[in-house]
Write a protein that binds this ligand. Structure first.
Ligand SMILES: [Zn+2]
Ligand SMILES: [Zn+2]
Length: 446
């Protein structure tokens, strides 16, 4: 690189020099880059030959955050465009360089720019390439930026590219289940059609069927994606999955197979859940739907291979916690993890979810009857995570747990003190030879 810079043959020399600063930006050689630009300040605004990338683009692509920060400090505009009208933010989102994405957003980069290739925004890029952290950063920025005011946040989440594809379409097609989840959670329309304006087109479910990602299909179905919606060729997602030989996907998409539980997003208290409670309910939904999937796939040659290990680990946690927490009074199976605020009644996440999904919300009617607490019939207005009462138990003598513990301790005492008696009874030829503990404990008091 140094040799190239010192070669002084007119035009060729300056081109080498340009290659030099781009190489330095790419490698993050900030010190040397500063020297070069100090000698020739015009280099700051040079673009490379083919794609007309600026130094800022290069720094964004390679995640050179120090270079990028310095360039922005030199009052370089964050929204400089390359030949394809791509901004540095789009390229950082494309390559998953989260620190550069954050820095550019902080520097006021415009999230509502469209490239000239496919008319895509930075949100499309993050979704297409599956960089969920970048996607989340852009969405957080959109919530607080002028875009939310002028455009509306939901409109931004559902922004279309030149082919009518929303970021959700791209994430579904590229098998980016994490991004699919984040987008749906932020208000992406699950049944958006690439046709637009009422014309038939592909839904995210059609594209997920084509991509063959069970995880994406699972997410979309759990958000109420319609298995019967037809694309421009009149095909339902099931047909698309069959055509692309994604058998397991097709089994779930088959309109004849059992419908999955749908996340009750229209319920006000569901949209207001705190992150912990939300996570519990989302997990319950996933588990409930996996049970359904198992029975659907049982009849086919497919099994659920994507049952992740972390989930089975979580199950173990629940079991170990079960010993010192309340068991749900509805199913007598799971631990109470969700509490209805105000009346403080508790139940497990599975039962809470079943309660919320019972009145399946109809997207065409605005009225959704919120569920009531199954114990006191009061309206549910807020759900929180039920706190484990291990500390309180020590103080509260009337807690069921402590009573249980004391009783078992008594039994233990009794059994050891009257061991001899039990043998005595046996020797005395008493029936079966086994004396119940109650009998033994009662005797001394007689
Ligand atoms: Zn339960
Ligand atoms: Zn209640």
């Amino acid at each position: 690189m140094g040799q190239a810079l010192s070669s002084g043959d007119g035009g060729g020399g300056s081109q080498h020099k340009m290659m030099g600063v781009f190489g330095l930006a790419q490698k993050g050689e900030l010190k040397m880059l500063k020297c070069e630009i100090k000698m020739d300040p015009s280099l700051l605004y040079q673009t490379c030959l083919y794609h007309r990338q600026s130094l800022l683009h290069i720094a964004a692509i390679y995640g050179q955050i120090h270079v990028l920060t310095w360039l922005l400090d030199q009052s370089m505009k964050p929204d400089v465009l390359n030949r394809n009208k791509q901004t540095p933010l789009m390229l950082a989102a494309m390559h998953g360089k989260i620190s550069c994405v954050e820095k550019l957003l902080h520097a006021g980069a415009n999230i509502l720019m469209f490239d000239s290739l496919r008319g895509r925004t930075c949100l499309h890029y993050a979704a297409y390439y599956g960089h969920s952290d970048c996607l989340q950063a852009i969405l957080s920025s959109a919530r607080t930026s002028h875009v939310a005011l002028s455009w509306g946040f939901t409109r931004f989440v559902n922004i279309r590219d030149g082919k009518g594809e929303t970021p959700l379409h791209l994430a579904a097609r590229q098998r980016r289940a994490d991004c699919v989840h984040i987008l749906l959670d932020n208000g992406a329309l699950v049944c958006a059609s690439t046709g637009g304006y009422g014309y038939a087109g592909s839904t995210p479910l059609h594209l997920a069927a084509r991509g063959g990602s069970l995880d994406c299909i699972r997410e979309l179905l759990a958000w109420g994606a319609d298995r019967l919606q037809r694309d421009a060729s009149g095909r339902i997602p099931y047909t698309v999955a069959l055509k692309h030989k994604h058998g397991a996907c097709a089994a779930l998409l088959n309109p004849l197979s059992a419908e999955p539980l749908v996340w009750p997003s229209p319920l006000k208290f569901i949209s207001e859940l705190n992150p912990d409670a939300k996570l519990l309910l989302e997990r319950a939904l996933l588990e409930a739907n996996r049970e359904r999937e198992k029975s659907i796939l049982k009849g086919t040659a497919y099994s659920i291979e994507s049952l992740s290990q972390s989930d089975s680990g979580d199950d173990d946690d629940t079991i170990s916690e079960a010993s010192d927490t309340e068991v749900c009074c509805i199913c007598f199976d799971q631990v109470c993890t969700i509490e209805v605020q105000d009346c403080t009644h508790r139940m497990c996440a599975h039962c809470t979810l079943a309660l919320c999904c019972h009145n399946k919300p109809n997207p065409t009617t605005a009225s959704i009857n919120p569920p009531v607490c199954p114990f006191c019939r009061s309206n549910i207005s807020h759900l929180v995570v039920a706190k484990l009462n291990s500390e309180m138990d020590d103080i509260d003598n009337n807690s069921p747990k402590l009573r249980l513990t004391r009783r078992s301790w008594n039994c233990h005492e009794g059994s050891s003190s009257f061991k001899g008696l039990s043998t005595l009874g046996k020797m005395g030829g008493r029936g079966s030879g086994r004396i119940s503990l109650d009998e033994l404990i009662d005797k001394p008091s007689e």
